[in-house]
Write a protein that binds this ligand. Structure first.
Ligand code: C5P
Length: 291
């Protein structure tokens, strides 16, 4: 194989409950991941030497050993004692550090892609273990499933089979928000205001049936409280999405992206048009659940 191209989809959390803060600094989660039809693209090409080289369409992104793609490739080589070199080309379509899981998905797709490209034959269980070493959201993308509920840091996953597809509109403001700071800003009051543990699973029936009203009424994100408290632009975008016709609007993951749940593809395209007129400088993208 001379080259391999693989997609790295975005995700949203339709439900995210952050319970206790664990001794290791992570929160015990109860969450529901949804993979989306939009994302980054990775291309792998063999090299004559043993270097791992990353190039990216987004010039501001570091391409050295700090980048999760490079870390994933090096971790895979270490695990399998492979010494082959590779050129990796990353086409970055997703906004960086936006709560859409772009970096995590790039890392997971690197593990999946190089496992095939280098014919390593690692099992899904093996890839999941490596993924968890790279970040809390990385294991979800190894499953290549449209929906999964998750516990622990996000790595104890139950994938679902569902034919239902949902449409959303993503809007990302230009805010520099780190996941670690958002989690750290959670107060006891935020935690007390959460739905009960297990509520992520209550969405399962509605998601499988494609019941938009039910899913909309159960969507929840504990971390939204922090972002709504701190940023007027988030409050404005949530209100604008609802005013533009979204069934429900919510912050995605640790933000700053907000998502509007649409009632149909036509509704999503209409909401995106309205939002682009109001917020011409922001990343605005209608998306559906991944195939
Ligand atoms: O695992 P990852 O590096 O993606 O997590 C980024 C940060 O988000 C962590 O350092 C932690 O502060 C926070 N986090 C958390 N609980 C989780 C996942 C992430 O507190 N379950």
């Amino acid at each position: 194989m001379k080259s391999l191209r693989i997609e790295a989809p975005a995700k949203v959390n339709l439900f995210l409950r952050a319970a206790t803060l664990r001794a290791d600094g992570y929160h015990e989660l109860d969450t529901l991941f949804e993979a989306l039809s939009f994302g980054d693209v990775l291309e792998f090409r063999a090299r004559r030497d043993k270097a791992v080289r990353l190039s990216c369409t987004l010039k501001s992104l570091p391409t050295g050993p700090k980048n999760l793609v490079v870390r994933a490739a090096l971790l895979l080589r270490k695990e399998t004692s492979v010494s082959a070199g590779v050129d990796i080309r990353l086409t970055k379509n997703l906004p960086v550090a936006s709560g859409l899981g772009g970096g995590s998905s790039d890392a997971a797709s690197t593990l999946l892609g190089l496992n095939r490209f280098w014919k390593l034959g690692l099992s899904q269980a093996n890839l999941l273990k490596l993924a968890a070493e790279l970040g809390s959201d990385v294991p979800f993308f190894i499953l290549q499933t449209p929906f999964a509920s998750a516990k622990g840091r996000g790595e104890i996953l139950t994938p679902w089979q569902s034919k239902s597809k949902f449409w959303h509109v993503l809007v990302t403001p230009r805010l520099h928000v780190l996941a670690k700071d958002v989690y750290r800003a959670l107060t006891n009051e935020d935690r007390a205001a959460q739905p009960a543990t297990g509520d992520a699973l209550k969405m399962k029936t509605g998601v499988i049936k494609g019941d938009i009203a039910d899913v909309g009424s159960r969507m929840f994100n504990t971390l939204e409280r922090v972002l709504v408290r701190d940023y007027a632009v988030i409050r404005k975008l949530l209100a604008d999405l609802t005013a533009a016709g979204a069934v429900r609007s919510m912050v995605s993951g640790s933000g700053p992206t907000v998502l509007g749940l649409a009632s149909s593809k036509a509704n999503a395209l209409r909401i995106a048009r309205v939002m682009r007129r109001k917020h011409p400088a922001k990343f605005i993208q209608p998306v559906s659940t991944s195939a």
